[in-house]
Design a protein around this ligand. Structure first.
Ligand code: T5A
Length: 215
């Protein structure tokens, strides 16, 4: 089975993931590469339905139900989209993946990390990213970006954007702990820098990975 390359972009709200994932996909497609750009929650029809429920500020979700929902999304996403893309030799870029579950439901909500690790492995069929780019910025910077954008779009903050600063600080710390524990997979990029300079660093990391893999 040919094996593509799996890249995930992670970070707190407003750290710039969606923007950088899109720019990276455009740049790689312009080089003639086969690219699958996707996201969690979402990425499939089932996943988009889960996403709507998951982010709805009117949904009062029990913390265990929250974990189960995001894992159900991942199981569907991996089997329906990511595994086939990787088997076809594509570069798959996912805006969030398993590290978000560890950071939000583990560090943020306090769910048992070991159990979460096992559930994550089950949901992902053991498919792990080749490279994870963690876009890191202070919580205040990220949230002010998303609140600005929400104001412009005239929508209320989603279920996570409306969480306390303390919650978001635990999530950021969680991401940093993951990066410290897995330096071979996760690279931290300072996303307080300009959009263009973050983009250059993301490209550099991905080019390095592709040339290591002779692709
Ligand atoms: N979730 C998800 C869990 O709890 N557990 C899980 O397992 C998973 C998978 C998903 C939510 O679900 C939770 C976490 C999330 O709360 P989402 O919408 O996919 O929600 O994720 P968000 O982080 O909320 O997405 P955002 O769009 O809000 O943030 P991004 O993608 O990090 O930021 P982006 O690129 O959209 O940029 C936000 C704004 O900032 C500007 C952009 O132009 C945009 O306006 N910007 C910059 N401005 C200045 N300088 C830069 N360098 C900038 N980069 C971007």
């Amino acid at each position: 089975m040919s094996r593509g390359v799996f890249i995930t972009i992670e970070g707190i709200e407003g750290s710039g993931k969606s923007t950088q994932a899109r720019l990276l996909a455009e740049a790689l497609r312009a080089e003639g590469r086969q690219v699958t750009l996707t996201r969690e929650p979402g990425g499939t029809r089932v996943g988009e339905a889960i996403r709507a429920l998951f982010l709805d500020p009117a949904t009062a979700l029990d913390p265990v139900a929250e974990v189960m929902l995001v894992l159900a999304d991942r199981a569907q996403h991996v089997r329906e989209k990511l595994a086939p893309a990787l088997a076809a030799g594509a570069v798959a870029i996912s805006d969030r993946y398993g590290d978000s579950t560890v950071a939000y439901q583990g560090y943020g909500r306090g769910f048992d990390l070991k159990l979460l690790g096992e559930l994550n492995r089950l949901a992902s069929s053991g498919i792990a990213p080749d490279l994870t780019i963690l876009l890191d910025c202070p919580v205040e910077t990220g949230l002010s970006r998303t609140r600005e954008r929400a104001k412009g779009a005239l929508r209320e903050p989603d279920r996570f954007e409306g969480e306390t600063l303390e919650f978001h600080r635990r999530v950021r710390e969680g991401f940093r702990m993951i990066a410290a524990a897995e330096p071979g997979r996760v690279t931290v990029v300072d996303s307080t820098a300009s959009l263009e300079s973050v983009q250059r660093e993301v490209r550099r990391l991905v080019e390095e990975l592709l040339s290591r893999r002779c692709l």
